[in-house]
Design a protein around this ligand. Structure first.
Ligand SMILES: Cc1cc2nc3c(=O)[nH]c(=O)nc-3n(C[C@H](O)[C@H](O)[C@H](O)COP(=O)(O)OP(=O)(O)OC[C@H]3O[C@@H](n4cnc5c(N)ncnc54)[C@H](O)[C@@H]3O)c2cc1C
Length: 425
């Protein structure tokens, strides 16, 4: 028995589903989103991509490119706010995918500041946001960068092992920071450093607080600069905090709130682990989108190459081994993007992450980036292995997405705990 469209609509209406309601779901980008995507893509294609190899070799922060990004309004607190407040949540991943399509090292030198900004935005009082967020970026004429310093030599995945200590000097209303931070993106060259320090070590991660270290503060110095496998245009370094004194007002969220929270935790309360979890899940799709940009860049390059390169008298794409690889690359990239967009939408619309959907998106996108860039090298053969072609750099860059912002194993741990309710170790 067949059912007509009219009958289906009537049944749906009886069930309370209106045609208008049903049409609310859409994966089509609105005009604003398309415009911003095309604008960022234009910058990535015209400015970032041509400079990528040079800055990768120089292993230096590409200040002229950050300045150009600031001049066109792509780097700055207004831009970030505009991307963040898009109500679908998709604007941040779209911008990141396009920029990192251009180049991940330069992309990170532009987007690395947003890690510190996210911490100020997530934990700061309104007046702290107003004071510090613009200083993270500087001005278009004189752009600055910011650093988020959480990791330490003995505290990477295990954030609870942080040793950097924050002690309150009541007489001077100052906090005194002592410790060593590792791997900080923009560490030491930043105008503003946001430092995670322990106020009460016995409480582990729940005894941590975040502090702004203002520009030029004595006792905050860059340590060794790290020479890296990839992402080489982005500066990474240790940061030493040696009796580094910051005003009481630099404690994000303020002392009253910190004291209340610590008292709650000491009484056996839950602290903020749930809130912190929600924050991480919300930021992970943005990182996943960066990985997607790298994966897509490698895929597109390999697709074009496979159509041009001839062996055995025909373009190599006419071999199924090559064509199917490209088909799978496209499939995996699109699948990862759907996970990224879902998590970004959930985060922006305060939909509870029940299965660590943010971690899922970052994990999958990172894996796809590593795999797809490696396949791209294979498709380019000997050329793919040389620095004359960009896929070699893309592969080196992609690997970081298995490591920072929570390693692949830590993402799996978070997902496994979320779906099982079991405290898996
Ligand atoms: C280029 C770059 C930029 C960075 N930028 C910043 C930054 O701006 N700010 C910042 O604070 N940090 C930054 N980091 C640090 C980064 O976040 C850490 O490297 C990352 O969290 C992993 O920590 P780790 O290197 O100490 O590895 P470890 O924690 O020592 O892990 C080593 C291995 O053990 C595995 N492992 C650890 N624990 C478990 C477990 N429980 N179960 C299963 N496997 C486990 C890991 O998955 C990994 O494979 C950056 C790092 C790099 C390389």
């Amino acid at each position: 028995m067949s059912t007509t469209a009219e009958e289906l609509i009537a049944t749906a209406q009886q069930a309370g589903i209106s045609a208008a309601g049903a049409s609310k779901f859409s994966l089509e980008l609105n005009q604003d989103q398309q415009d911003v995507r095309d604008w960022v893509h234009g910058f990535a294609e015209g400015v970032v991509r041509p400079a990528a190899a040079e800055w990768d070799e120089r292993e230096e922060t590409p200040w002229p490119i950050i300045q150009e990004a600031a001049k066109i309004g792509l780097y700055g607190h207004e831009a970030l706010a505009q991307f963040w407040f898009d109500e679908s949540g998709l604007q941040m991943p779209i911008v990141n995918e396009e920029l990192f399509w251009g180049d991940a090292g330069i992309g990170m030198s532009i987007m690395g500041t947003s890690l510190a900004v996210a911490a100020i935005f997530g934990q700061g009082a309104p007046e702290q946001m107003a004071e510090w967020i613009p200083q993270c970026f500087g001005t278009p004429e004189e752009p600055k960068v910011a650093a988020f310093c959480s990791s330490e030599p003995d505290a990477g995945s295990d954030v609870s092992a942080i040793r950097t200590a924050a002690k309150y000097d009541e007489a001077k209303d100052e906090w005194v920071l002592n410790g060593q931070k590792a791997w900080a993106t923009n560490g030491g060259i930043a105008n503003v450093h946001v430092v995670i320090a322990s106020v009460d070590r016995e409480l582990g991660a729940r005894g941590h607080a975040a502090f702004v270290v203002p520009p030029g503060t004595k006792g905050c110095e860059q340590g060794a600069k790290v020479k890296k496998h990839g992402l080489r245009a982005s500066h990474t370094a240790d940061v030493h905090l040696d009796d580094c004194r910051v005003p009481g007002s630099c404690l994000l969220g303020g002392k009253e709130k910190l004291d209340e929270r610590l008292a709650r935790v000491r009484e056996g309360g839950k602290g903020q682990s749930q809130a912190a979890m929600q924050t991480f899940e919300t930021s992970r799709p943005t990182v996943g989108a960066q990985a997607l940009g790298v994966a897509r860049a490698a895929y597109e390059y390999a697709l074009d190459y496979a159509k041009e390169r001839e062996q055995f008298g025909r373009p190599i794409i006419e071999n199924q081994a090559i064509a199917f690889t490209l088909a799978n690359m496209k499939l995996e990239i699109d699948a990862a993007r759907l996970l990224v967009w879902r998590a970004a939408w959930m985060g922006r619309n305060n939909v509870r992450f029940t299965s660590a959907e943010g971690s899922m998106s970052k994990l999958k996108a990172g894996q796809v980036a590593v795999w797809a860039t490696e396949r791209a090298i294979q498709i380019l053969g000997g050329n793919g292995y040389t620095r004359e072609y960009p896929v070699e750099r893309m592969h080196r860059d992609a690997k970081i997405y298995d490591i920072f912002e929570g390693t692949a194993e830590i993402q799996q741990l978070v997902i496994a705990r979320a779906i099982s309710g079991v405290h898996i170790k």
